[in-house]
Structures are given as C-alpha cells and as structure tokens.
Design a protein around this ligand. Structure first.
Ligand SMILES: [Zn+2]
Ligand SMILES: [Zn+2]
Length: 225
C-alpha cells in the first residue's frame, strides 16, 4: 500500500526591507498590494475601519499550492479598543471579521492597489523539507520541533506556538491546507524603528487555503502569540 511521504516541501523565506516599493506580483510583505484585478478594500466588521495590507503570497509557484488562484492577499485590522481598553477586534481569529484573505487569478496587467501601512519587504525563498507532523508543540519530540522552520515560510508544516488549529473554509466550510507562515518581527527599516506585523510579540501568522479551491474567499488567516 502506498504510504504518504514523511516529509513535505516548503520554501523558507529571507525577509529584507526593500528601499523601493515592490510593484511586481511577487510574494512580499508590506507596501501596497500588487493586484491582478480590482478589489473592494476590506473593512473590519467590528470597528468598521479599513484593514491594513500585511502580505501577498504567490500560491501558483514555486510551490504549486493552487491550480486556480495565483495570489493570496492578506489584510488585518490593527485592532480597536472599547472605553475599558478591551480589544473589540479579534484579529487573531480566522472567522471574526477582523482579518481577510482575498484570492486572485493571474492576469497580465497587475497594478498596485491602494494603501500601504508597512514599508515594503522583499521575500527570498529557498527550498527545504520538513517532517510531516501536525500536532501541538507539546506532542512533538525535540528533534521534530527543531526541524520545523519557525520563521516566515511558504508551505511545509505550521510551527504552532499553541495548540494546532486548522480553520474551516470561511466560504464553503470545507477542509483547508496550510499555505504560509509569517514571523511577527520584521527587520528594522532604515529609520531604525522596529517593525512588527501586529501578532503580539514573537507571534506567528498562519495562512490556509480551501482544499477545494471553492472561490476567491476560500482562504483564512489567523495568528498565535
Ligand atoms: Zn477592527
Ligand atoms: Zn472553500
């Protein structure tokens, strides 16, 4: 009987501040999204403020995560507080309306979209492999844990900070596959200021895609810290 391979392919990312805006439809963090077509800028359903653009990830290659879509665009509300300083926007959850992932198919006329909250960061990808493990950090033995890339990556296995959490597709309710992970901390920009994506200190963000590729909303994002 055929056995699933016990390793999975991934690309580990080197993330570097870019002195210029990145206007190509490549995997990148920050800046303005480079869109294959127009989109309605997403607003947070809790505080109604526009969400910040976090990152875009090519999902058609070099790792073929999707046959239908070429790019996943991730947006997240910075989070608003009520009068008693409680956070009203649960931007860490995949289904609370405080973050959003939009998928687009390839077009040959990509154009930068509106709004850059973060500076542009270039992403250089390098091929690697990881053990096929899907448990909580406590369930992994030390040697397995050491083989999981804990920084930003495309593909592979989510390096969970807390219990493993696979969301259901927000569009069709179906199963999802893991697509990418993001480290919270970014290299300081030339002004010396520390930059964080807002996942809580040392947090990690996780991108999932609908296994059935059901539609442009068939993707989810969450973070742990
Ligand atoms: Zn909000
Ligand atoms: Zn779906």
């Amino acid at each position: 009987m055929a056995r699933a391979p016990d390793v999975v392919d991934l690309f580990v990312a080197q993330v570097r501040h870019s002195p210029r805006p990145i206007r190509q439809p490549v995997t990148k963090i920050g800046g303005a999204p480079v869109l294959f077509g127009p989109i309605e800028p997403p607003a947070c359903t809790s505080c109604r403020m526009p969400m910040a653009f976090l990152a875009q990830v090519r999902i058609d290659g070099p790792l073929p995560l999707s046959a239908r879509w070429s790019m996943a665009y991730i947006f997240m509300c910075a989070g608003a507080y009520d009068s008693s300083w409680a956070l009203i926007c649960e931007n860490d959850l995949p289904d609370a309306g405080a973050n959003r992932v939009v998928l687009q198919a390839y077009s040959d006329s990509p154009a930068p979209g509106p709004g850059a909250t973060y500076p542009d960061y270039a992403v250089r990808l390098e091929r690697a492999i990881e053990p096929r493990v899907h448990w909580t950090p406590e369930d992994l033995d030390v040697s397995q844990r050491k083989q999981l890339w804990e920084g930003t990556k495309v593909g592979g296995v989510p390096a969970w900070l807390r219990s493993s959490r696979r969301p259901a597709c927000p569009a069709c309710g179906g199963a999802m596959i893991f697509a990418a992970q993001f480290a919270d901390r970014l290299e300081p920009s030339p002004d010396g200021a520390e930059k964080y994506l807002g996942f809580g200190e040392g947090g990690r963000g996780y991108l999932f895609l609908c296994a059935e590729e059901c539609g442009p909303g068939g993707a989810a994002f969450l973070y742990q810290c």
